[in-house]
Ligand binder design. Structure first.
Ligand SMILES: [Zn+2]
Length: 418
């Protein structure tokens, strides 16, 4: 149900709504203090963060649902009506899971201390992306407190982004997704408006040769040598992909990276291994034909292994497309206008180096997505992760301003810097 047009919509060119900075920073700290590590086999990963978010939404009076997409793995989704009449539905999206801190002894701060020092908030998830969650929530709250606006805002705090993206997949399949006109994904991108995100293909190659004595190589067919030849051939395949798909202005070129090669036994140095496994991490750019590229890589591997009599079985373990939104799309125009209002200059455009929940929302539900959020672009998953404290409120203000532009149907497209 949309609200009836009873109140006057707020003026899109009015000042940027006032953000409760202290509350946004404190909420980021509260989230960072929860160790929501998405590790293999972990259960109830995001539950404490979802409870915290749910309590805040209740305090704001926001109707919301907590939906477990797997045991202990909840999505929290609020729908905030503008009260200014019918209009578009804008979604802000963030995730509450984090990657492991690794060896906490390598950190110079407590990974879950959420310490404020040198103008920074430190800890696992400070940038990726608990500050983004706090900024979007408090940005929407600021807009709401500034007065009625047309349409409504979906605030999606999802689970499992660092894993199989179960949260995004579940949301994309929900009826609400079909009503969303655009999504701002609040991942850390260092002030860039990311209109594209690279895609990915994970390939597993199982190599089958013939085991033999190291003194009698003529009797064997080595999976290890086949693996080495395939690795060499992948460089050529990468060059082929560059010629075939070119270079994208923001996303760069296709990369083909061997990540795993296993064959043989370190305790059996006199045995030629008959079996092996090779893993390949392929990153793609908008315009890449995944089916064609996968087949090209498979054939290159088969040909290389065949030179030493080894066969290859290829399996696609994961396949996520590269996604892109037109820079002239109203969602991008609104975000650029919001950034300009807060920062006094147009933002740079960029590309997400990996995939985000936005990739799934575009792939599975056809939603236009753009990625823009607090924190450095390259700091995710590193030790001593931090976000600049001032960025949290800055981004909240841009989100509020961008939402106002998008929901009022304003903001003409303009080019960002490059
Ligand atoms: Zn993230």
């Amino acid at each position: 149900m949309r609200s009836s047009p009873s109140a006057v919509p707020s003026d899109p060119d009015a000042g940027v709504p006032e953000v409760d900075e202290a509350a946004a920073v404190a909420f980021t700290q509260d989230l960072v203090r929860l160790r929501t590590v998405n590790a293999a086999g972990a259960t109830a990963v995001e539950r404490p963060a979802a409870d915290l978010v749910s309590r805040l939404f209740t305090a704001f009076g926001w109707p919301h649902e907590v939906v477990a997409v797997a045991p202990g793995r909840p999505n929290v989704v609020a729908v905030v009506e503008g009260g200014g009449g019918p209009g578009r539905t804008l979604m802000f999206e963030g995730h509450t899971d984090v990657v492991t801190e690794g060896d906490a002894g390598d950190w110079t701060v407590d990974p879950y201390g959420a310490e404020l020092r040198d103008g920074r908030l430190w800890g696992r998830g400070a940038a990726d992306m608990k500050s983004g969650v706090a900024a979007m929530v408090h940005g929407v709250r600021a807009l709401q407190r500034a007065g009625p606006f047309p349409g409504r805002i979906v605030v999606g705090v999802l689970c499992d982004e660092e894993g199989l993206m179960l949260g995004a997949k579940a949301f994309a399949a929900s009826p609400l997704a079909a009503e969303v006109d655009g999504v701002i994904v609040c991942e850390p991108e260092g002030y860039e408006v990311c209109t594209s995100a690279r895609g990915g293909i994970r390939l597993r190659l199982d190599l089958r040769g013939e085991m033999a004595h190291g003194a009698m190589p003529q009797e064997g067919r080595s999976a290890l040598v086949a693996g080495a030849r395939i690795v060499a051939a992948l460089a050529e395949a990468e060059a082929w992909a560059l010629r075939r798909y070119g270079t994208h202005p923001h996303a760069g070129a296709v990369t083909v990276t061997p990540t795993v090669l296993r064959a043989g036994d370190p305790d059996q140095l006199n045995v030629i291994p008959g079996r092996g496994v090779l893993g390949i991490d392929v990153r793609t750019v908008p315009g890449t034909d995944h089916t064609e590229l996968t087949e090209h890589l498979r054939q290159a591997a088969v040909d290389a292994a065949d030179t030493v009599g080894v066969t290859v079985e290829a399996a696609v373990v994961d396949d996520r497309p590269a996604v892109e939104i037109d820079a002239a799309h109203p969602l991008v125009a609104a975000l650029v206008a919001g950034h300009r209002q807060v920062h006094g200059a147009a933002p740079r455009f960029g590309a997400v180096p990996g995939t985000t929940d936005g990739t799934i929302l575009t792939r599975d539900a056809g939603l236009p997505t753009v990625v823009y959020g607090p924190g450095g672009k390259w700091i995710a998953h590193q030790k001593d992760e931090y976000v600049e404290v001032r960025e949290i409120a800055e981004y909240a203000r841009v989100y509020a301003a961008a939402a106002r532009h998008f929901l009022n149907g304003g903001a003409r497209p303009e080019g960002g810097g490059t």
